[in-house]
Design a protein around this ligand. Structure first.
Ligand SMILES: Cc1cc2nc3c(=O)[nH]c(=O)nc-3n(C[C@H](O)[C@H](O)[C@H](O)COP(=O)(O)OP(=O)(O)OC[C@H]3O[C@@H](n4cnc5c(N)ncnc54)[C@H](O)[C@@H]3O)c2cc1C
Length: 448
């Protein structure tokens, strides 16, 4: 087996055809002659959830920064989404958000809120990626392991289980292999097979449970807002529910609870859960609405971050991206945007460099910076519950005491709320909430 020159960019392989894989393939298509995506599950040519990505049945909010990256990568995406029934509105105006014992002020923020089902978004992106002349998909076609050069320093391809004989692994050679197999991918095992150590892991246990149901949507169901979010005030409250409009005149409702305190899944129990939230806005939307699905559930045990940037040895020709690097408590809606930002990192590194040699080192270093912020935002909020387990960064309690006042200020102060939204949407650093202009506003009024 030969290693092609480190500057050869003939063929790139992507493992997994979910959102991170599609975004990786889109970016790689500009830098490689050919890109092949391998997906374990059958992939339908319509919006549909697959076994390997069961989370896609649940409500997915797309952060404004993620939407911005997606519309840069796919210039017609916004009009295609709207044409297909997505709702695009101003985030500050559109969301009725009950959070920390009050409603946030509604105002024009300039930030886009796009609402559609996760499967519809992915289907649109998949169509755009697979329309690229140099990208192809093989599915169902699981990758079984990495193939290395005999000196074991380079990944030079992957083995896949062929469609016809699952037990016959056939080698596919590539100059770069990008693992986007999601959180369930076992990168440590694959690395061990080729003589490398896997990354260390940070984990924050959150014990979140989702229960999601679709309902028919009528124009009169909700006035004065387009989306409703009810979030808890930790640590005494553990329940949340969001209702977002999705295509085909439907509502998607995701109810959730932290630390094992999960919503029931029977019809009566589900309704009761929504009725008993601190405010009735979600219940009011669904109480007379026709259910269009069962109640789907999802258990999310912990946020998980794999610290590839700390490795000192890693095979050349191999990268990991998306949930396989970091999966966050989904309630904060960060995963897709994090994947988009990581794909952006890959794109800019491939533009800057001629050689692929050492790419992994710069890539993981920059990806760690991308992941730091959502990881910090999600962890900080989750550590408000004393039962949460994991490595709690110093100053978290102090920061949270201040952020409680930020949350309460968002009930009446649109300038503080805008800055909070910018941070939440990964468009500004969390430290921007400590700018004297914001601190003055947050501390200037007595928090109720
Ligand atoms: C309940 C829940 C709600 C969420 N809500 C939000 C939200 O509101 N907003 C948000 O931005 N994010 C949300 N997320 C996160 C979001 O779903 C992910 O970040 C996003 O899907 C990107 O994941 P991924 O592509 O890295 O991996 P996945 O979506 O997990 O996909 C991995 C893919 O790889 C395939 N695969 C795995 N192994 C192999 C193999 N060996 N060979 C070939 N194929 C393979 C799988 O079949 C699958 O298709 C949520 C997650 C959960 C669990």
């Amino acid at each position: 087996m030969t290693i092609s020159s480190p500057s050869t960019r003939t063929h790139a392989v992507v493992i997994g055809c979910s959102l991170a894989g599609l975004l990786a393939a889109r970016v790689l298509s500009e830098h490689f002659e050919r890109v092949t995506i391998f997906e374990r599950d059958p992939v339908e040519d319509h919006p549909a959830s697959r076994r390997g990505q069961a989370q896609t049945r649940h409500l997915h909010g797309l952060l404004a920064h993620g939407f911005r990256i997606l519309t840069r990568l796919f210039p017609n995406l916004d009009s295609q989404l709207i044409h297909g029934g997505a709702t695009v509105s101003d985030m500050g105006e559109a969301i009725r958000w009950y959070h920390y014992d009050g409603y946030k002020v509604q105002f024009k923020s300039g930030l886009a809120a796009v609402s559609m089902s996760r499967v519809f978004l992915e289907w649109r992106i998949r169509q755009a990626v697979l329309a690229l002349p140099n990208v192809s998909l093989r599915a169902p076609c699981p990758v079984t392991h990495l193939i290395t050069h005999p000196d074991r320093t380079h990944v030079i391809g992957v083995a896949v289980a062929s469609n016809t004989a699952q037990d016959q692994a056939s080698p596919i050679l590539a100059d770069l292999v990008v693992q986007t197999g999601g959180r369930g991918a076992t990168p440590g095992k694959w690395l061990a097979q080729i003589g490398f150590s896997g990354p260390s892991e940070d984990e924050i246990s959150v014990g979140v449970g989702y229960a999601t149901r679709l309902y028919r949507r009528r124009p009169t169901d909700l006035t004065g807002a387009k989306l409703v979010m009810i979030s808890p005030t930790p640590p005494h409250q553990k329940h949340m529910a969001f209702v977002f409009p999705v295509e085909d005149d439907r509502w998607i409702v995701s109810a959730g609870g932290w630390l094992g305190d999960h919503p029931p899944t029977d019809d009566a129990g589900y309704r009761e859960f929504l009725r008993n939230l601190p405010v009735a806005d979600v219940f009011n939307v669904i109480q007379h609405a026709e259910p269009l699905s069962d109640v789907y559930t999802y258990k999310f045990h912990s946020s998980l971050r794999r610290r590839y940037e700390r490795l000192t040895r890693f095979p050349e020709g191999y990268l990991v991206l998306g949930d396989a690097v970091a999966s966050f408590n989904p309630i904060y809606g960060q995963g897709m945007t994090s994947a988009a930002m990581q794909a952006d990192v890959l794109d800019s590194l491939l533009r800057q460099r001629v050689s692929l040699e050492g790419l992994w080192r710069s890539f993981f270093r920059k990806v760690a910076k991308v992941v730091d912020i959502p990881w910090q935002i999600a962890g900080c909020e989750d550590f408000r519950y004393p039962e949460t387990q994991g490595r709690k960064p110093p100053m978290t309690d102090l920061l949270n005491a201040y952020l409680t006042r930020v949350h309460r200020a968002t009930h009446h102060d649109s300038i503080v709320y805008l800055q909070f939204l910018r941070v939440m949407n990964l468009m500004a650093s969390p430290t921007s909430l400590l700018h004297p202009r914001i601190i003055r506003r947050v501390l200037g009024r007595r928090s109720s």
